[in-house]
Design a protein around this ligand. Structure first.
Ligand code: SAH
Ligand code: SF4
Length: 339
């Protein structure tokens, strides 16, 4: 088993079960998450007995780099092969506030949104927590710099891989682990209602983003068939529940698709739906996926949509920079290499 799959507690238990001292777990985590070693032999403050024990029970190598691409603005896309040969991608973005990574949580995605390249690939399997963590560690190695922001917006629906997601969040947030601040971590979901409610009680101050993309069921069901299982009223209900429990602002993601969800009336309907909620709307220019047949909204339409929200006092941003567009960056490598 990949050693990154063990929480600190589980590692302590493993050591105790094997007649070793508890404090060895701290030393091992120091090597894993601070020194980021690539072999157990490098853990040179451990007795050979423990190194052998680790070698017998665990592996350290989760990902193999297949390809990387760095664009002019510093965005780096890395294509990795998992131990069973499946390919996944991570995207590193250089922001003015620090390095931010977009990680993948599943091989493919079963939610099947009609606009999304990932949805075209049926889910092959969930990533385990260690494979999600390894994307950060491996990418830091390539970059030779620390990554301090994480967005869970790569391929996959994180709330459809909930246990591994929680383990991942706990380890990367832990001061003994990667020590990434909870407020620097954002998880995006297509709107799995029961999990949003569960997540409200998760205990870490991690940010939540909801992929809404429409203000009513008619449009949303066209884009996201998950809306048939969890219609928009229930998603809004879950957001309200989350807001009341956590008192934390929620991000609403809204991709703008030409002629589908970008009209003035639709914008007004969205303002009515979100009025009074502690949310912030992130308008995202659609990154065209040929198979979907959808087109990106015209710039003037996007700006008009933005203005309607602004005038209704809804907090809103419109992403403009293609290279810095997390979603665009996350979708593209896959469509070229994984189809
Ligand atoms: N499954 C989760 C997280 C991964 S998708 C979710 O759906 O929220 C991350 C974000 O990228 C979502 O808001 C999704 O709607 C958006 N996205 C997917 N394909 C896109 C595309 N072609 N252009 C722009 N945004 C896209
Ligand atoms: Fe899956 Fe998210 Fe893509 Fe929908 S948008 S298919 S949920 S990855």
């Amino acid at each position: 088993m990949l050693i990154y799959n063990l929480t600190h507690e589980e590692l302590v238990q493993f050591l105790l079960d094997h007649g070793q001292k508890k404090y060895r777990a701290d030393q091992i985590w120091q090597w894993l998450y601070k020194q980021k070693v690539q072999s157990f032999d490098e853990m040179n403050n451990l007795p050979n007995e423990i190194i052998d024990l680790l070698k017998e029970n665990f592996t350290l190598q989760a990902l193999e780099l297949v390809l990387k691409h760095v664009s002019a603005d510093g965005t780096m896309k890395a294509l990795y092969s998992l131990s069973d040969g499946h390919l996944i991608e991570s995207v590193l973005m250089k922001q003015h506030y620090g390095n931010s990574i977009c990680v993948t949580t599943q091989v493919g995605c079963n939610i099947g949104c009609s606009f999304c390249a990932s949805g075209l690939l049926k889910k092959k399997r969930d990533l385990n927590a260690g494979e999600i963590i390894a994307q950060i560690i491996e990418t830091e190695r390539l970059l030779k710099e620390r990554i301090s922001y994480v967005v869970v917006m790569g391929i996959g629906e994180p709330f459809d891989n909930y246990e591994n997601l929680l383990k991942f969040l706990t380890t990367i947030n832990s001061p003994k682990g990667l020590a990434i601040g909870a407020r620097h971590i954002t998880v995006s979901t297509s709107g799995i209602v029961p999990k949003i409610k569960e997540y409200a009680h998760m205990g870490l101050q991690v940010n939540l983003a909801i992929s809404l993309h429409a203000p009513n069921n008619e449009i949303r069901s066209k884009l996201m068939r998950i809306n048939n299982a969890y219609p928009i009223e229930e998603v809004i209900g879950a957001i309200k529940y989350y807001l009341s429990v956590t008192k934390r602002r929620v991000t609403i993601e809204y991709i703008l698709i030409d002629g589908l969800n970008d009209s003035k009336e639709t914008a007004i309907e969205l303002t009515q739906l979100l009025k009074g909620l502690n949310v912030y709307v992130n308008l995202i220019p659609y990154n065209e996926v040929i198979e979907s047949g959808y087109k990106r909204s015209k710039t003037e339409t996007m700006e008009a949509f933005y203005d309607t929200l602004m005038k209704a006092n809804i907090q809103v941003t419109l992403r403009k920079e293609q290279g810095h567009d997390i979603n665009a960056a996350c979708g593209q490598l896959r469509s070229q290499h994984l189809t």
